[in-house]
Design a protein around this ligand. Structure first.
Ligand code: FPP
Length: 235
């Protein structure tokens, strides 16, 4: 969700005004997913590196996250949204952690939209954590090193219970992944837009979906194999 700061700057307003507008854009995106039958949405709200921003900005963002949870969770629950958080949760203050847990507990049984907020999240940290849990299993004798493969590691990273993401959208004009879901994005289609996050709306999202629909996903196969699944395969 990139571009909040620039959105505010263009209006000669403090960066936090941009983040507040960014929170309104989150609501629009969730509504869009519900309307379009999209089953999973993961938003990168705060990276592991974002803790190094000026303290006023970090503090303002924490207040914004807490306020959003206080205001929005009941409505998300009513709409059938299952809300979860990924990232180093222990870095947040206790009140915010408690709100996150309560939101997860309340919405755990919902199935209409899996909404995940990546907060204090980093893709490398996610993979390192998964590797550590495997190493612990090896050390405890529950697993042999030769049993470690991409499936076992993939089962330990965040979002392992969801299908791999189909589409990655980055707003704000930068052409980078910036440590988001590094493992999970292996075959994800990437889509970039200059639109700043607070300006994202249904029209931009429709453009992203239309572009996605025009692509051929080959997962390492040839175009021919994808179009005629039996061609050239032995099983
Ligand atoms: C990146 O834009 C954005 C963030 C670090 C914060 C994202 C937070 C929100 C959208 C607020 C609400 C979110 C939830 C889940 C309630 P930037 O500040 O780096 O923008 P810039 O590149 O223009 O400076």
């Amino acid at each position: 969700m990139d571009g909040n700061g620039r959105w505010a700057q263009q209006r000669h307003r403090p960066r936090l005004v941009g983040h507040r507008a960014g929170a309104r854009a989150v609501k629009r995106c969730v509504e869009f997913c519900l309307q379009r039958g999209i089953e999973a949405l993961t938003l990168f709200a705060f990276s592991s590196e974002n803790w190094n921003r000026p303290p006023e900005e970090v503090g303002g963002l924490m207040k914004l996250f807490l306020g959003a949870l206080e205001r929005e969770v009941d409505e998300l629950h009513r709409l059938g949204v299952c809300l979860r958080f990924i990232g180093a949760r222990d870095r947040f203050e206790a009140a915010l952690q408690a709100r996150m847990q309560a939101a997860e507990d309340l919405t755990a049984g919902n199935t209409r939209l899996a909404l995940t907020i990546a907060a204090s999240y980093g893709g490398r940290q996610d993979i390192a954590h998964a590797a550590r849990t495997l190493a612990e299993d090896v050390a405890a004798g529950r697993l042999r090193p030769e049993q470690i493969d991409e499936h076992r590691l993939g089962a330990r990273v965040a979002l392992a219970d969801l299908p791999a993401p189909d589409l990655f959208i980055r707003t704000g004009g930068e052409l980078r992944i910036s440590n988001f879901l590094l493992w999970q994005l292996a075959y994800t289609e990437l889509w970039f837009t200059d639109t700043l996050w607070p300006d994202i709306d249904a029209a931009v999202l429709e453009r992203a979906l239309a572009d996605y629909a025009s692509r051929e996903r080959r997962f390492g196969l040839t175009s021919d194999q994808v179009r005629r699944p039996s061609s050239g395969r032995t099983s």
